[in-house]
Design a protein around this ligand. Structure first.
Ligand code: 5GP
Length: 182
């Protein structure tokens, strides 16, 4: 049934661990924003799975919006220069905005995005990220809700791809060298 199983080297975070962490994060967000009306902003494509699952643990009136960005330069490393491919549909002015990210690696993409979004004058602007690569952020970022700190390895699953594949894996794992086409 699971067509990708042969490509996975290690399962770093199991599906049920992700599920309970997202439930915890959702509860915290529900408490923190009580009585308010939140706008979730997802960064495509990776964030769509986290966004769908996290949002169902947030017991508040929610609106959703998405942005698509692409980094210039090499595919495996972010340069920090970000191009907006699809902008938001919502006006952020005076809104409570929560950016939902799959993973924060160098932090450069997020830094650019936050600066861009802050310029639109939201009432509040915070970040929820499922994964953060430990200790390698080139820029210190205040991630209000963080699921897991993981080692500096390339991971796939739960929205994260390699060459557009593996996004539908229900867990986070690393790839065998053979899966990279080697
Ligand atoms: P940053 O700008 O923080 O270095 O990188 C952010 C983006 O790079 C993420 O949103 C994600 O698309 C991609 N990325 C960073 N690390 C990984 C990883 O381990 N696996 C996958 N599939 N994508 C990653």
């Amino acid at each position: 049934m699971e067509t990708y199983a042969d490509d996975i080297e290690n399962v770093l975070i199991k599906a049920d661990e992700i599920e309970s962490k997202l439930a915890e994060m959702g509860e915290q967000i529900t408490r923190d924003y009580e009585g308010r009306h939140l706008l979730l902003v997802g960064v495509l494509k990776g964030a769509f799975v986290v966004m769908a699952d996290l949002s169902r643990h947030i017991r508040l009136p929610l609106e959703f919006d998405f942005m698509a960005v692409s980094s210039y330069g090499a595919a495996t490393k972010t340069s920090g220069v970000v191009r907006i491919l699809k902008d938001l549909d919502h006006d952020l002015k005076d809104r409570d905005v929560l950016v939902v990210e799959d993973i924060v690696d160098s932090g450069l993409t997020l830094k650019y995005l936050l600066k861009n979004l802050a310029g639109r004058k939201p009432a509040t602007l915070e970040v929820a990220a499922l994964l953060r690569k430990e200790g390698i952020q080139q820029v210190p970022l205040d991630i209000r809700y963080c699921g897991f700190d993981i080692p500096n390895e390339f991971v796939v699953g739960y929205g994260l791809d390699f060459s557009e594949r593996y996004r539908n894996l229900p867990y986070i794992g690393t790839l065998k060298p053979s899966a990279y086409g080697g």
